[in-house]
Write a protein that binds this ligand. Structure first.
Ligand code: CP3
Length: 348
């Protein structure tokens, strides 16, 4: 992989740690670091719908860079959304504030699957311009590209919106296995192209978000989901390090690694040393401060950050992150303090 890695960021702490190395300091970034926790984000987004803002290169670039300037994190993540490529190819969906993605005509049949338009690179052409602006300012700091994994995207398409139990999704998967495979195959193609566009434009690492995979048993995950996520990692190859993340996935970690990841994202339920025992020595880990802990008193936060840094020592490489995304009402100054602490402790 090394020779193909973006030369600009090859020595950065994030890229080194993702490849199982121990850089001079532990890299840190936060899922959902761009977004509502930042007043400068809320100001920029005023009067502009979420998915519209994701298609404007100037806004995408500015929002992506805001948390890097403010917090001094070791990576930017492209401002976009897992459902953005679906919107870009013409699927009728929207992101409702406080709710999440809502789909006008949920997918229920083979005909519905076949109606999902073909993905093209041109459909997300605005990414090129945004990434050019971003990487020019970032210099040696990596940009992380991302996409939704087929299961998590399928859940939104089938349920029509966010779901607690994913019951329609599971019923679809178990009752119509062939149509399920057709749907996940199509979603895998869409996410592959979305990631490829970001890599070609200059992303230095990618993360596949299978946020809701933890709703599945290990057996079901391996039979009905893993082959499709594996196809994405195979298709994008070894040009950049690959991170695979889900919530509530303690029992799925080895399978999520085996899908073809270099780094496995771990939520706060599983200590990183335990995750590493389950994953073996071939994977770096990312995580895993509980986002709710950021609302506790500082001594509690400091103790938790130090514990996670110590547990992360068990892995070949550790990227510090939260166990899931930044909650909108998080005090951004606390995030900045966490970045400083991670750097200070790991450099010392
Ligand atoms: O900073 C970053 O992490 C990059 C941007 C990013 C967004 N969405 C922006 C966003 C990323 C990586 C995502 C991924 C995403 N989107 C996931 C996977 C990560 C996860 O949280 O598990 C999922 C499941 C989605 C679907 C989605 N989009 C949800 C559940 C929501 C929240 C709805 C709400 O209002 O609470 C969104 C909207 C969304 N995506 C926002 C942002 C900044 C909030 C929209 C706003 O500011 O109005």
């Amino acid at each position: 992989m090394t020779e193909k890695i973006q030369a600009r960021t090859a020595a950065s702490p994030l890229v080194v740690a993702a490849q199982g190395g121990r850089p001079s300091r532990t890299p840190v970034w936060f899922m959902r670091q761009a977004g509502r926790s930042l007043p400068e984000y809320r100001k920029l987004r005023e009067g502009i719908a979420m998915l519209d803002s994701c298609m404007r290169p100037d806004l995408v670039a500015e929002i992506t860079l805001q948390p890097v300037r403010r917090h001094g994190v070791d990576a930017a993540i492209l401002f976009s959304d897992i459902v953005l490529p679906l919107k870009a190819i013409g699927v009728d969906l929207d992101i409702k504030p406080g709710i999440g993605p809502v789909v006008a005509e949920p997918v229920r049949t083979l005909a519905d699957v076949e109606r999902i338009p073909e993905m093209t690179r041109d459909a997300v052409g605005f990414i090129d311009e945004a990434v050019a602006i971003i990487t020019a300012e970032l210099g040696e700091t990596p940009l992380i590209g991302f996409a939704g994994a087929p299961f998590t995207l399928a859940s939104y398409l089938i349920e029509g919106g966010p779901s607690r139990n994913h019951e329609l999704t599971k019923a679809f998967m178990l009752s119509q296995p062939d149509v399920w495979d057709a749907l996940l195959g199509r979603l895998a193609e869409i996410s592959t192209t979305f990631l490829q566009v970001q890599i070609d434009a200059g992303a230095s690492a990618v993360q596949l978000f299978d946020s809701w995979a933890g709703a599945l048993s290990k057996a079901t995950y391996e039979t009905s989901v893993l082959p499709h996520s594996t196809r994405i990692f195979e298709a994008i190859g070894d040009a950049v390090p690959k991170i695979h993340f889900g919530v509530g996935t303690s029992l799925l970690l080895p399978s999520m690694g085996a899908a073809g990841a270099d780094v496995v994202g771990v939520d706060w339920r599983t200590p990183l040393d335990q995750a590493t025992r389950e994953l073996g020595p071939s994977y770096a880990v990312q995580g895993n401060l509980d986002p709710a802990v950021l609302f506790a008193d500082w001594p509690v936060i400091e103790r938790e950050v130090r514990r996670i840094l110590a547990e992360g020592q068990a892995a070949p490489g550790h990227i510090f992150n939260l166990g899931h995304g930044v909650l909108p009402s998080t005090d951004p100054d606390v995030l900045t303090r966490v970045v400083d602490l991670v750097h200070r402790v790991s450099e010392g």
